[in-house]
Ligand binder design. Sequence first.
Ligand code: AP5
Length: 214
Amino acid sequence: MDPHILILGAPGAGKGTQSDRIVSEFGVEHVTTGDALRANKEMDISHLDLEYDTPGEYMDQGELVPDAVVNEIVEKALSEADGYVLDGYPRNLEQAETLSEMTDLDAVLYLDVDEDVLVDRLTGRRVCEECGATYHVDFNPPEEEGVCDKCGGELYQREDDTEETARERIRVYEENTAPVVEFYDDEGRLVRIDGEQTPDEVWVDVKGAIESNA
Ligand code: AP5
């Protein structure tokens, strides 16, 4: 069976960047709640009688989308995947408990990065509107400004990558998701990786951790 990998880390820690490499190397699916929710930002969730009527209204303010919406998306995606790298979930302890009822994990990786580095990475990130490839204006710029090297698509800045929203996302992360890191650490299954190294150096550690745990 292909490996079941969970990748944890703050917004901008490099989860998406490393997940792309995991997908290429291990042939697993990338299950990412952020992308799934961005594709469904306008979905009508008014029947759930929550604070807002669409996921996008939570996301644009840096808040978490309610568990009822996210759990359903993840359960469906995991049931359709053989191996996977799960990125962006669980975001709180309730989601972590729900996840342990849904599936078994082979490796739990945590990318450790300081807050100021996170803000620089998020505000400089650019994403291809065609293929989703990720760049950074300073650390990983495209050959031609604003144009994707891989497919020629136009690059844009995510609406939640402004400094104000990025700081709010990091605050929400500290409040809700840092306890999830402790949850897996207490179970003795967390592999901590220095996420402030270059992407290639981080990858050496990520690949090694998967090969020795999965
Ligand atoms: P989501 O899309 O999951 O965003 P996130 O967790 O905030 O993570 P990011 O995608 O921003 O960061 P990343 O770690 O993938 O960084 P990347 O590799 O791109 O979620 C968005 C929103 O959706 C949430 O705020 C919430 O509202 C909602 N949501 C999602 N899941 C939810 C859930 N489970 N429950 C409730 N709500 C949910 O890297 C960042 C930048 O740094 C890039 O520019 C990259 O080129 C650069 N970079 C990467 N690695 C390095 C390196 N080693 N050195 C230098 N630069 C690097």
